[in-house]
Design a protein around this ligand. Structure first.
Ligand code: SF4
Ligand code: SF4
Length: 213
């Protein structure tokens, strides 16, 4: 470690004169030469481009395409966006036809279990800290197991406040919280939509076949 006295002495004084001269010569030879500098000229702008007409027309075209698509037509008379739910389900369709990809769909959360059927969470609060909707509430307690210090005594997620961004999943250091392909959840009251630890572990049991860890 460099001590305080060494830090206060200039670098050039701490290196012998010959080595310092060699270093400076090398750095001098690395300077960019004038003939290596390439000056780029801005491309000439046509009159039509200067008033942004092509860009405006192109933008309107994109808007029109999306509008037609939203009405269920892709311009070829084919219905693409409308599905007859629940008879038709997005997970049964191809992604290119508007279906969903189960592996990266962000639906309702689950708390993962380890190989001993214990909750994997170590109550580090990383997910709650990362959550932009502030919908994760954890109460930590001393762990009853030897392999970790803490575990979540309480773990609640308000599924109605959640924006399903996946930040909690990204922040978790031990893959304990995960968003599943499950989206068909209902509740008659707001309280029913606050998923507690047991419910989140239940979701794990129900979705582990669809989305293995
Ligand atoms: S998905 Fe996003 S909003 Fe929902 S709990 Fe996780 S971090 Fe919060
Ligand atoms: S779910 Fe993951 S990030 Fe959240 S408290 Fe548990 S271990 Fe930490």
């Amino acid at each position: 470690m460099v001590n305080e006295v060494e830090q206060s002495v200039p670098l050039s004084s701490r290196i012998s004169g010959a080595i310092w001269a060699t270093m400076m010569a090398t750095m001098g030879s690395m300077a960019i030469r004038d003939e290596d500098i390439v000056v780029l000229e801005a491309p000439a702008v046509k009159r039509s481009e200067a008033v942004y007409l092509p860009a405006i027309v192109k933008g309107l075209g994109v808007t029109m395409r999306h509008m037609l698509h939203a009405f269920g037509r892709d311009g070829k008379g084919k219905y693409q966006s409308v599905i007859q739910y629940p008879e038709e389900r997005r997970e049964l369709q191809d992604v290119l036809d508007g279906g969903m990809h189960k592996a990266n769909f962000r639906g309702v959360h689950r708390l993962n279990k380890d190989s001993h059927e214990r909750v994997k969470c170590v109550a580090c609060f990383m997910c709650a800290t990362a959550c932009p909707a502030n919908c994760i509430h954890i109460v930590a307690d001393e762990s009853p197991w030897d392999d970790r210090e803490k575990y979540p005594k309480k773990f609640d997620i308000d599924e109605l406040r959640c924006i399903y961004c996946g930040m909690c999943e990204e922040a978790c250091p031990c893959d304990a919280i995960e968003l599943t392909p499950e989206y068909a959840i209902t509740g008659l009251t707001r309280n029913e939509m606050i998923f507690d630890k047991s419910k989140l572990l239940e979701v794990f049991d129900q979705t582990i076949i669809d989305k293995p860890m």
